[in-house]
Design a protein around this ligand. Structure first.
Ligand code: HEM
Length: 527
C-alpha cells in the first residue's frame, strides 16, 4: 500500500499536501496544540522518510536480485521467518526443498538466503564451483564473537593462512599416524575403565564420552599440560557445550536477523556473547603460561607451533599469527572438534541399543577378525560390516544438517540463476545424506547402504558428512580415526543395552550440531 502511494510525482504531492494540511491547521491552534502538531509533523516526516527509504531499498534489491532463485512468498520485514519452526529449522528447510526444488531462496528479515539441496547441486557448488562458494557469510552473532579471526568464520587471506597452518600442524602432530592411534587408545583405556565401573548398571554416557574425546583433542591443541579434570578446561568445556546449544535458540536466531533490535534484550545471544568473552579470557590464561615457559613440554602442541610462528614474522603470512587469531583458532578447534565426534558416537550407541542384531553382527565380526587385540586403523579393511555401520551412523545421525553456511566470493550465474557476491548460501547436507537417488532407504538405519551383495564395503559418493572441496572439514582424518577406534573398542568390550522402562529417544537436541538428547544406558562387559 505505502509503496503504491510513493511513486514519482504522487509522492511529492502526497508529502506537500500533508505538510500544507498541517500548516493550515497550525494557524487555528493554541500553544499546546501547536506543540502536539510539531510532534505530529515530526512523526509524519519520519514515516514518509522511512517509506521512501524502504522503496529505495526495495528498488535496489529488485535490481540486484533480478533472476535470483525463486522461493516461498515472503512477508514485508520478516520475510519467511513466520514459516519456520525455530525448534526444528532443518525440518522446515527439508520440507521447503521438497516443494521448491534443489535451489530456492528465502528471506530472513532483510537477509536473502539461497538454499542448495540434493547431492548433484550441492556437489556442483562444492567442487565444480568450489572457489565461487568458498566464503563464509557475515552472520551478526558470529561476527561479534569471532571478528573475522580464526579459521571457521574467517575469509580471504586470514582464512587461507590459518587453514594452511592448522592442516599442516595437525599432520605434523601425528594425525593419521601410529602416534595418534596410541593417544586415542590411551584415552580409550580410561573410557573403558570408567564404563566398567558402572558394573552393567544404568549410567549417563554423556560426561564419560565427552571426557575421552576432549582429552584427545586437548592433547593435540595443548600437549600433555591439560586434561579434562583441570578446572580451567572444565569451565571451557561447559561454556562451549552451553553456547553450541544457545546459538540455535530462537533469540540467537533473531539476533542474527535484527541485530540492533535484539541486542538490548536479554536471551541466549547475550549468554553466548558473555560465554565467549569468558572463554577468550581462559584461553589467554593458558597461552600466557605457555609463553612464560617455552620449550618445557614433552609433547609438542598446536599452541606451541603457533607461538613459534609468532617469532617468525619475517614472512608476510607471519603477520597473521597474532593473539586474536590464536584465541579464535583454539576456540574454533575445540568447538568444531569436540561436539561432532562426541555426538556421532552417542548416536552410534543409541542405534546399537535400538538394533541389537546389528550390534551383535559388529561384535561377531570384531571377534572373528581381530579377537581381543587392539584395533588399528588398517583393520578397517578387515571389518567391512563394522565400517559400514560407522558410515551409516554418520549418515543417519547427520550431525551437521546445514553444514556451516557459505557465501559467494563473486557475482556468479549458477544453474541459470544470478547470485551476487556475498549471497548467503545454505548447503543442506541433510538432503544429500538422505538423497533417495543415492541411498535406497534414506530415512532408515540401513548399513547395507555401504555394502555390496557379497558383504564387501562400498563407498557411496553422496556420503559427505564432512562436506567437500576446499573448505571441507579440517578434522576429517582425526574424526574418522577416533570414530573407528573408539566405536570398535567399545563394542569389542561391551554390549550396550537400553534401561528397562526407558524409551529410546531419536529426536535431536536443538543446537548447531544435531546431537542426541542425554540418555541413560547399560554396558555389560564382554571380555
Ligand atoms: C564426526 C566429526 C565431524 C564432522 C561430521 C564434521 C563436519 C564438518 C562440516 C560439515 C564442516 C563444514 C565444511 C564446509 O563448510 O563445507 C566442518 C568444518 C570444520 N571442521 Fe569439522 N567435522 C567433524 C570433526 C572435526 C574435528 C575433529 C575437527 C578438529 C580437529 C574439525 C574441525 C573443523 C574446522 C576447523 C572446520 C572449518 C573449516 C574451514 O572453514 O575452512 N572437525 N566440519
Amino acid at each position: 500500500m505505502a509503496s503504491a502511494f510513493l511513486t514519482g510525482n504522487k509522492t511529492t504531492h502526497f508529502i506537500c499536501g500533508a505538510i500544507r494540511e498541517v500548516k493550515n491547521d497550525l494557524h487555528d491552534l493554541d500553544f499546546a496544540d501547536t506543540m502536539l502538531n510539531i510532534d505530529s509533523i515530526t512523526t509524519l516526516l519520519a514515516i514518509i522518510t522511512f517509506c521512501l527509504l524502504a522503496k529505495f531499498v526495495y528498488d535496489q534489491q529488485k535490481k540486484k536480485y533480478k533472476n535470483f532463485p525463486p522461493g516461498p512468498m515472503r512477508l514485508p520485514i520478516i520475510g519467511n521467518l513466520h514459516m519456520f519452526n525455530l525448534r526444528e529449522p532443518y525440518g522446515t528447510l527439508t520440507q521447503m526443498s521438497k516443494k521448491h526444488g534443489s535451489i530456492f531462496s528465502l528471506q530472513f528479515g532483510f537477509i536473502n538466503i539461497v538454499v542448495l539441496s540434493g547431492y548433484k547441486v550441492v556437489k556442483d557448488a562444492l567442487i565444480k564451483h568450489g572457489d565461487d562458494f568458498s566464503d563464509r557469510p557475515q552472520i551478526p552473532l558470529f561476527a561479534k564473537l569471532i571478528r573475522g579471526y580464526g579459521v571457521v568464520f574467517s575469509n580471504g587471506e586470514n582464512w587461507n593462512v590459518m587453514r594452511r597452518f592448522t592442516f599442516l600442524t595437525l599432520r605434523q602432530l601425528g594425525v593419521g599416524s601410529k602416534a595418534m592411534e596410541s593417544v586415542i587408545h590411551d584415552e580409550c583405556d580410561m573410557l573403558l575403565k570408567a564404563i566398567k565401573s558402572y558394573e552393567g548398571k544404568p549410567f549417563d554416557n554423556l560426561p564419560v564420552m565427552s571426557t575421552a574425546i576432549a582429552n584427545i583433542l586437548l592433547s593435540i591443541i595443548l600437549g600433555n599440560q591439560y586434561t579434562c579434570e583441570d578446572p580451567t578446561i572444565l569451565r571451557m568445556k561447559h561454556l562451549i557445550e552451553e553456547s553450541v546449544k544457545l546459538i540455535a535458540c530462537p533469540m540467537s536466531l533473531l539476533y542474527n536477523v535484527y541485530p540492533p533490535l535484539v541486542n538490548c534484550l536479554p536471551g541466549s545471544h547475550r549468554t553466548t556473547i558473555n560465554n565467549n568473552l569468558e572463554f577468550c579470557k581462559l584461553v589467554k590464561e593458558i597461552y600466557t603460561k605457555f609463553k612464560a615457559q617455552p620449550d618445557k613440554h614433552e609433547r609438542r602442541s598446536l599452541i606451541e607451533a603457533f607461538l613459534d610462528k609468532q617469532h617468525e614474522v619475517k614472512s608476510k603470512s607471519g603477520l597473521y599469527f597474532h593473539d586474536e587469531n590464536l584465541n579464535t583458532l583454539i576456540s574454533n578447534l575445540i568447538i568444531a572438534g569436540l561436539e561432532p565426534v562426541h555426538s556421532t558416537l552417542r548416536w552410534g550407541l543409541l542405534l546399537m541399543m535400538k538394533y541389537p542384531d546389528i550390534q551383535k553382527n559388529v561384535q561377531d565380526e570384531i571377534k572373528k577378525m581381530i579377537g581381543v587385540s587392539l584395533p588399528q586403523t588398517e583393520h578397517r579393511k578387515e571389518l567391512p560390516f563394522t565400517n559400514a555401520v560407522i558410515h551409516e551412523i554418520q549418515r543417519f545421525g547427520n550431525i551437521a544438517p546445514i553444514s556451516i553456511p557459505r557465501a559467494t566470493t563473486r557475482d556468479i550465474t549458477f544453474k541459470g540463476y544470478f547470485l551476487p557476491k556475498g549471497t548467503f548460501i545454505i548447503m543442506l547436507l541433510r538432503s544429500v545424506l538422505q538423497d533417495k537417488d543415492y541411498f535406497e532407504k534414506p530415512e532408515e538405519f540401513y548399513p547395507q547402504h555401504f555394502l555390496d551383495s557379497e558383504g564387501k564395503f562400498v563407498k557411496n559418493e553422496a556420503f559427505i558428512p564432512f562436506s567437500a572441496g576446499k573448505r571441507s572439514c579440517i578434522g576429517e582424518n582425526l574424526a574418522k580415526m577416533e570414530l573407528f577406534l573408539l566405536f570398535t573398542r567399545l563394542l569389542q568390550n561391551f554390549t550396550f543395552l537400553p534401561c528397562p522402562g526407558l524409551e529410546l529417544n531419536f529426536n535431536p537436541e536443538i543446537g548447531f550440531v544435531s546431537s542426541p538428547k542425554p540418555y541413560m544406558m547399560r554396558a555389560v562387559p564382554r571380555l
